[in-house]
Design a protein around this ligand. Structure first.
Ligand code: ADP
Ligand code: ZN
Ligand code: ZN
Length: 726
């Protein structure tokens, strides 16, 4: 028996969500009547408030403990002991993420917990846990049926180890490698090569190997991949019960999110399907992490701790001894580089599945040289003819353009007036449907003026094209064309504007699936993930922009987007006509399009990596961005410049600077949003460790620089480690 604790005598460290850059970055001290194991959830007072917190280990290196006056400490208010503490692995993951991404551990930890937990009393939590337990017991007794099923999901068999499909040779090979090797793995498989089937197979094997084993399956945006969710549910719910597969994403209600989280934490959930936030799910028996479409930019958080869920998945797998499998048809160049042969330094094992399942062939890529088309042509004659032909055959086409709205700018034909946003360095976009000018950055929305606000000229005209205008234009071009049943052509547009209402996306997608729609127009939203069976033509109207971008990752993103889009076509083997991907371009000979034509991701990756190596860019160097926001551009840049100068004058940072390049402060490409000026500074190093050391040491310098009287105008600053958009 342990000694009975002396009441009021236990020093307890508790992590709470303190403001990002407050000086209270570490855990705070409280006293509790009994010793509390690290990972226990508690409620503690902070000022006038009471906050949710996580008991953290006593940090022996902290000198301040000795000087703490126990009489001044406040007691822990409530111990949420109805549930087991968060594991040491979970706490290590939080600690690592906070330190790597330069944020407070309290912020990362509390953001990783379901929001509803923040306001719950011990009694409420107990009640919720009890309710969940009885519901689960009831359901596992009842006959279990898959919650949702789609026509694409294979009929589940009672034994997951022998699913309904007969694996292809390539799938077999990948799975047996997965079993034999420790990983991490990069499953490089063409769209439609059966990657999801491999994920499910590996998941099934691990779940069957141990009765408690859990698997985490991450997807970029769950709303866009409902089919994947349906397939996992269809496969695993019949085996382990409807509660065994839970989802975790921001589209869920707070109550649903808490339930999923508790199910994962208690071990009742065997499979967690989630977006990037799920990388922090508490899963005490985690055995496998799958990251589907691992190249997708949405795995990188763009606020708070700007973490990459893909990179954390690798770290977490290592920490917990769980296998990690990344999958993509167009891997990120980082993952591709990491999966080079081990002799060359590769750390991931690449598993290749180049062939599509069945007879579904990869589409033929056709380039239209827009230099030979009439000047203001939007849809070239050969593309229009091809779409018309598909309609006549009862097949579907998908046309995409990465710009929503009707026109990106309105312009006065007399004076210089353009529809600039008064608060941002951007134009307001013309939306014809409600005749508004909307700023896509600050949200400002106004009726379109009757006449030019500058000179009164009534003739103001749209400049350029968005999806709304493209849809209108296509409707005009295809007005006389008929479907095989004699009905007029049906066009539907899917973008952020048409899908704002709940359920709108689902119903629009359903229209496409049932074949009611002949032509689908949209932004990149439609190019990802969806399994559109009857689409035989995909067209990118104006993809060239990305080739001129100042962001060195733009070509990589364009290539993967176009490959993804091409992957939408020709998935149905009953449609025997060769499917096609059309590109309208002014640079038909561009190497990116050449590689795309051959569906040759490795060639594209090799040329990109060569360029990156020559320019010493990631993955051959490591970067961080410091961003500052201020009332004036001068103040934002001034702060960064001062902090940079301070770095070379202070000894702890100055010694590290030999391996660091600090670039000059510059305005961000969107320099002003909602009247706030934004500037950034790039920090680069050939060594990840050196960069980390420098950033750790520089944090303090940035804090003190911010307090400098010259930096009064600075509103906030943040560090973005491994930034995506430069
Ligand atoms: P990916 O994830 O690589 O795009 P999927 O796993 O979605 O590919 O597979 C594409 C289609 O092929 C799906 O409809 C899937 O059910 C089917 N499929 C996968 N593996 C097999 C197989 N071994 N035999 C028959 N059909 C398969
Ligand atoms: Zn004017
Ligand atoms: Zn604006």
């Amino acid at each position: 028996m342990p000694e009975p604790p002396v009441p009021g005598n236990c020093l307890t460290r508790v992590l709470v969500h303190t403001p990002a850059h407050s000086q209270m970055a570490g855990a705070l001290s409280y006293w509790s009547e009994a010793p509390l194991p690290p990972g226990t959830l508690v409620r503690v007072p902070l000022g006038q408030r009471e906050l949710l917190g996580v008991v953290w280990s006593i940090d022996s290196t902290s000198a301040s403990d000795a000087t703490l006056d126990p009489a001044k400490l406040r007691p822990v208010t409530t111990v949420l002991d109805a549930m087991p503490p968060l594991s040491a692995h979970w706490r290590d993951l939080i600690r690592f993420a906070a330190s790597y991404y330069q944020r407070a551990a309290g912020e990362v930890a509390l953001a990783a917990l379901p929001p509803q937990l923040r306001d719950m009393s011990s009694v409420q939590l107990k009640r919720r846990l009890k309710k969940l337990a009885t519901a689960t017991a009831k359901r596992t007794q009842a006959v279990v049926k898959p919650a949702t099923e789609t026509d694409t999901a294979p009929t589940p068999e009672p034994d997951a180890a022998t699913p309904a499909v007969v694996l292809t040779q390539e799938q077999h090979q990948a799975i047996s490698q997965f079993h034999q090797q420790p990983g991490p793995f990069l499953l490089f498989g063409a769209t439609g090569s059966g990657k999801t089937e491999v994920f499910m197979h590996c998941t099934a094997a691990l779940l069957a190997s141990r009765p408690e084993a859990q698997a985490l399956v991450m997807v970029p945006e769950i709303n866009l991949t409902p089919q994947l969710e349906a397939r996992f549910k269809a496969r695993f719910c019949p085996l382990y019960g409807t509660d065994a597969v839970v989802s975790m994403h921001s589209g869920m209600s707070p109550a649903q999110r808490l339930n999923s989280w508790l199910a994962a934490h208690s071990g009742a959930a065997r499979v967690v399907l989630g977006t990037r936030m799920a990388v922090f799910a508490s899963m005490p028996q985690l055995q496998l992490i799958v990251v589907d479409e691992e190249h997708d930019p949405s795995y990188k958080s763009s606020e708070g701790a700007r973490y990459s869920a893909r990179d954390l998945a690798i770290y977490r797998g290592h920490l917990e001894g769980a296998k990690v499998m990344l999958g993509s048809a167009t891997p990120s160049l980082e993952s591709w580089h990491h999966s080079r042969p081990a002799e060359e330094g590769g750390r991931y094992l690449r598993l290749e599945m180049p062939s599509r399942i069945g007879r579904g062939q990869l589409p033929l890529v056709r380039r239209v040289d827009m230099n030979h088309q009439p000047k203001s042509c939007i849809i070239s004659a050969p593309l229009l003819a091809a779409i018309t032909q598909r309609i006549a055959r009862g097949e579907q086409s998908m046309v995409f353009l990465n710009r929503r709205g009707y026109a990106p700018v309105l312009q006065c034909s007399d004076c210089d007036w353009k529809s600039e946003c008064p608060h941002c360095s951007a134009y307001r976009v013309f939306h014809k449907i409600d005749r508004t000018l909307r700023c896509h950055h600050c949200g400002l929305s106004e009726r379109v003026p009757r006449a030019c606000p500058a000179c009164g000229n009534p003739d103001i005209t749209p400049l350029g094209r968005g999806t709304e205008r493209l849809e209108e234009h296509l409707a005009e071009l295809l007005a006389g064309v008929q479907r095989p049943d004699g009905q007029p052509v049906r066009i539907v547009r899917i973008d952020a504007d048409t899908t704002r209402l709940k359920g709108a996306l689902e119903s629009q997608l359903a229209q496409v699936h049932t074949g009611e729609v002949d032509v689908l127009v949209g932004t990149q939203m439609i190019a990802k993930g969806h399994d559109f069976r009857r689409i035989t033509l995909v067209a990118a109207v104006n993809p060239d922009n990305a080739l001129f971008s100042s962001d060195f990752r733009a070509p990589e993103r364009l290539f993967s987007l176009l490959m993804q889009a091409a992957g939408r076509a020709g998935r149905d083997e009953t449609v025997t006509n060769q499917s096609e991907m059309w590109l309208q371009t002014f640079l038909p000979k561009h190497p990116l399009y050449e590689a795309l034509k051959k569906h040759d991701y490795p060639a594209f990756a090799a040329s990109q990596l060569k360029e990156r190596q020559q320019a010493a860019m990631p993955p051959f160097s490591f970067q961080a961005l410091i961003r500052a926001e201020a009332r004036s551009q001068e103040a934002a840049q001034g702060f960064l410049t001062l902090a940079s100068q301070a770095a070379s004058s202070q000894s702890d940072t100055a010694t590290l600077l030999t391996q660091i390049t600090l670039y000059p402060a510059v305005p961000m490409s969107m320099a002003r949003i909602a009247n706030i000026e934004r500037a950034q500074m790039l920090v680069e190093s050939p060594s990840r460790t050196a960069l980390q050391r420098f950033l750790n040491a520089w944090q303090g310098v940035l804090h003190s620089t911010r307090a400098h009287p010259e930096c009064k105008g600075v509103i906030r600053w943040a560090i973005d480690v491994d930034p995506h958009n430069i």
